[in-house]
Design a protein around this ligand. Structure first.
Ligand SMILES: CC(=O)N[C@H]1[C@@H](OP(=O)(O)OP(=O)(O)OC[C@H]2O[C@@H](n3ccc(=O)[nH]c3=O)[C@H](O)[C@@H]2O)O[C@H](CO)[C@@H](O)[C@@H]1O[C@H](C)C(=O)N[C@@H](C)C(=O)N[C@H](CCC(=O)O)C(=O)O
Ligand SMILES: Nc1ncnc2c1ncn2[C@@H]1O[C@H](COP(=O)(O)OP(=O)(O)OP(=O)(O)O)[C@@H](O)[C@H]1O
Length: 496
């Protein structure tokens, strides 16, 4: 790309050395710099990109964008000094890729719980309708059915723009993105023009990062203010009418609002809900009439997720009847109240609940189907070095189960005893066990189960690892549970 076009977007303090006519690439990681590229030095939480300029130059960087003095050979490399490099990359990345989000319908989904589920449902319906669709979020980057790994729920701004660009190049006409509050506050969505913004809910989580619920709610609201003020455009905000933050989130945008809910009046409202062990039916009251919905997803929380997805797809221009038709064929989102396949007399779910509200909702989804005389066993852990305030509240919510196993979920550098001890403080009964080692905890859950019992393994969901120290070890709750169940109940285990 020619440097004049690229850098004209920046408020530059100083240029030293001679800028080349063109550059080949942009990188924020010195290890990813290509010959003739630009390296933007980001000061992170762990290290400072300014310390890796030498490596970037060794890899062929031709231009360095920095906010601090850096040592380079000015005969070979030019340095652009700016006030703030994190903001600079937010301007450079979308310009480098040609503002690709303008080429597609962009749907952003934010909220404490349900982002992966709602965006997954939207994407699955679009694929079923044979539309080319892309999806990014906690599970990865899904490009029209092919999955690529990603590090964050919402990737850094450069990766985000490159993924959007790739989706546009592949001919996708819709891209659905899970938008985290961290991503919004850290500017990872700079230059992403959303057409539809979805708010699922706001409950306690991530207060280690945001400090207060007010800050956390404000961060989520940024997605809605990011819709902009060009009211000529066809854009929509999709907002949960039953959530306490409905009004404040609505205030963040002037675009039309399509609300959804169960209890309060809403544009898309579910009534006559029938929750079953293997699916749900309800009447959908939509702007153009009433529809009967029959789906495989379980739990009241899934009704909310599906309403949000229906509203978003309707905003995109799909007919409600078609959306509902495709919905019938859609199964559980990976790792979200997903049944572990077994023929044994034990029902086991793998779930991703790791916030108090999600735990409450996950338990509520299956509790009505507990057989008389049997028990619900709930295994929950929390991550080390992260939001400690939520731990006792998580255990309090888990106490609704008959037996609770308190364990770890990516303990990182924190000792097992401190994680499990803080969870234990919230327990409301004494039918529980504290087992720091998650593998042992899963085995224990199965070992105390009897025929007819249900077990929810919460927190790991789709993840196939456990982070101990800074090492990612392979880990699968489902595999460990199946192995243990086979030992205990004999053969007949399927899905191995
Ligand atoms: C706290 C936080 O937001 N951390 C994010 C941040 O990491 P960091 O600031 O520590 O980065 P760093 O390691 O200091 O690196 C600084 C710079 O030096 C560069 N570098 C580094 C090493 C080197 O050899 N050369 C080099 O150039 C890096 O590429 C980077 O540009 O920038 C990284 C790159 O974008 C992110 O991957 C990382 O997310 C970490 C993994 C994380 O755990 N984040 C969580 C808090 C998060 O963002 N979570 C939300 C989901 C929340 C939810 O569940 O809803 C998310 O969107 O993922
Ligand atoms: N709408 C909802 N309200 C409350 N809980 C929900 C909702 N949808 C899903 N859950 C619960 O929360 C868990 C996480 O769901 P999901 O992955 O869809 O949310 P998320 O917002 O993407 O979470 P994260 O940001 O942690 O990745 C699920 O496994 C389920 O237990």
């Amino acid at each position: 790309m020619d440097t004049e076009t690229l850098f004209s977007v920046l408020p530059i303090k100083q240029v030293t050395g001679t800028l080349p006519m063109t550059v080949t690439d942009i990188a924020v990681d010195s290890r990813a710099v290509n010959a003739g590229g630009v390296f933007v030095c980001i000061t992170g939480f762990t290290v400072d990109g300014h310390d890796f300029v030498e490596k970037a130059v060794e890899n062929g960087a031709r231009v360095i964008v920095a906010s601090k003095p850096v040592q380079v050979d000015l005969e070979k490399v030019a340095v652009i000094t700016v006030e703030n490099t994190a903001r600079a990359i937010g301007l450079l990345a979308p310009r480098f890729y040609g503002y690709p989000s303008k080429q597609m319908t962009m749907i952003g989904v934010t909220g404490t719980n349900g982002k992966t589920s709602v965006s997954g449902i939207i994407h699955s319906i679009l694929l079923a309708a044979e539309e080319k669709s892309a999806l990014t979020g906690t599970i990865g980057f899904n490009l029209d059915g092919t999955l690529y790994e990603t590090d964050n729920t919402t990737a850094d701004v450069l990766t985000t723009q490159s993924m959007i660009n790739r989706a546009a190049q592949e001919g996708c006409n819709t891209m659905t993105m899970e938008v985290s509050s961290h991503g919004l506050v850290e500017g990872r969505l700079a230059g992403t023009e959303f057409d539809i913004a979805v708010f699922t809910n706001l409950t306690h989580d991530h207060l280690d990062f945001h400090g207060t619920m007010d800050n956390y709610g404000h961060a989520k609201g940024l997605l809605f203010s990011q819709l902009g003020q060009d009211l000529n455009q066809r854009k929509f905000a999709i907002i949960n009418a039953d959530d306490a933050w409905e009004e404040r989130i609505s205030e963040m945008t002037s675009f039309p609002i399509l609300s959804f809910g169960i209890h309060n009046d809403a544009t898309f409202r579910a009534t006559e809900i029938e929750l079953k062990a293997d699916g749900t039916t309800f009447t959908l009251n939509a702007p153009d009439g009433e529809y009967h919905v029959d789906m495989k997803l379980i739990g009241e929380f899934s009704v909310y997720n599906v309403l949000a997805a229906i509203a978003a797809l309707y905003a995109k221009g799909m007919a409600v009847e078609d959306i509902i038709g495709y919905l019938g064929g859609i199964g559980a989102v990976k790792g979200r109240m997903e049944i572990v396949p077994t023929e044994l007399p034990l029902t086991m779910y793998v779930d991703y609940a790791h916030s108090p509200d999600a735990i409450e909702k996950a338990i509520a989804a299956v509790l009505p189907y507990k057989k008389e005389g049997s028990k619900l066993i709930f295994l929950i852990g929390t991550g080390g070095n992260r939001d400690r305030l939520k731990r006792p509240i998580m255990a309090e919510k888990a106490s609704v189960a008959d037996y609770v196993i308190l364990t770890t979920d990516d303990p990182r550098d924190e000792p097992y005893a401190s994680i499990v001890g803080e969870l234990e403080a919230g327990m409301k009964h004494d039918h529980y066990a504290c087992i720091g080692d998650r593998t042992e905890a899963v085995r224990h859950a199965v070992s105390i189960a009897e025929a007819g019992d249900m077990i929810i393994f919460a927190g790991k969901g789709h993840e196939d690892y456990q982070i101990i120290g800074s090492v990612k070890y392979p880990h699968s709750d489902a595999e460990i549970a199946l192995e243990e169940a086979e030992k205990k109940f004999g053969t007949g285990v399927v899905g191995k």
